[in-house]
Design a binder for this molecule. Structure first.
Ligand SMILES: C[S@@+](CC[C@H](N)C(=O)[O-])C[C@H]1O[C@@H](n2cnc3c(N)ncnc32)[C@H](O)[C@@H]1O
Length: 292
């Protein structure tokens, strides 16, 4: 436990026992090599993301690779485990299908609103890319749901639906069985506040940021880990990158197991482990390590 293997997750994950992880939290390569199509743009190197770890030869190979990983993830997940998978908007429906084909149930697509996206270049006549998606899925019904009120995830508290909004709707639909029952349930849910499929946060900035180009901010990882796992649980991430899942797990008293194919990125992870341990001298858990 608390290991990142500097190896490809495929087939190294086959060493994990069946039903041995409580949650999956991962951010695989996005297959952005298609960005080469915009090479005609002046200064395109400055504005287009071409990640060396994204080098799949075709969309088919990319999707078939992820299918293999998801099947393995299903095998090692405990019944009731939740999974979260970051993805780009253009692949979300394919990935939903692959996730379901592996045996999981897709529950919701969550939108991360990046409050400081890279600006769009007006000559391209395109909107800035300020959204990234996170698919929530589960093996059966989720075993863990540590509810979080919506205002902890973003700042739209004042526009969220209120109890009186629901009561007005109940009045309007009185006598219409199904919708009436649903609204009664919603009224109950409002006691605790709702948690919805939007999180707002900047892209990874400041001291937290390593040189990994697609590092996810801890503030976007931690809430989902807290909602869908409990202290001492084991979280799997087959694509550790700069180790954000591992650090989020350590910060919240969870354990992790993961893989990162690139030795240079593993050095970033090691440094983050060292920083974590020096800032948390009383850490009681298993010491985090990198292994080959
Ligand atoms: C999108 S990044 C993950 C970033 C990570 N969430 C973070 O916050 O730092 C995907 C990572 O998967 C790694 N990767 C790609 N193929 C892999 C494989 N077969 N096994 C393990 N890691 C792999 C890449 O090197 C890259 O660092």
């Amino acid at each position: 436990m608390n290991v990142v293997f500097n190896r490809s997750c495929h087939p190294k994950m086959s060493e994990l026992a069946d039903a041995s992880v409580d949650m999956i939290f991962t951010d695989p390569p996005y297959f952005q090599y298609r960005a080469q199509n915009v090479k005609g743009l002046k200064n395109h190197k400055d504005v287009v993301t071409e990640f060396e770890f994204d080098g799949f030869q075709s969309e088919k190979k990319y999707l078939s690779f992820l299918e293999d990983i998801l099947k393995e993830a299903y095998r090692v997940a405990k019944p009731g485990a939740s999974g979260y998978l970051f993805c780009a908007d253009d692949f979300v429906s394919y990935l939903n299908r692959i996730i379901e084909a592996a045996g999981f149930k897709v529950r919701k697509v969550i939108h991360w609103h990046k409050t400081n996206p890279f600006p769009a270049i007006s000559s391209r006549k395109m909107y800035a890319n300020s959204m990234e998606l996170l698919i929530h899925f589960s093996k059966g019904s989720p075993a863990t749901w540590n509810h979080k009120p919506v205002n902890e995830m973003h700042n739209y508290r004042n526009t969220a639906v209120t109890k009186s909004d629901i009561e007005n709707l109940i009045e309007k639909y009185r006598g219409e069985d199904k919708i009436g029952q649903l609204l009664e349930l919603m009224k109950d849910a409002l006691r605790d506040g709702t948690v919805d499929n939007l999180i707002e946060n900047s892209i990874c900035m400041g001291k937290e940021r390593t040189k990994h180009k697609t590092q996810k901010p801890l503030k976007v990882c931690v809430p989902f880990i807290e909602i869908s796992s409990n202290p001492d649980d084991v979280i799997l991430d087959p694509f550790m990158g700069a180790g954000s899942t591992a650090i989020a797990a350590l910060q919240t008293g969870r354990n992790f197991v993961g893989y990162e194919i690139d030795a240079g990125y593993c050095e970033f992870i090691q440094k983050r482990f060292d920083d974590f341990l020096s800032k948390n001298p009383d850490f009681q858990g298993e010491k985090p390590v990198i292994r080959v």
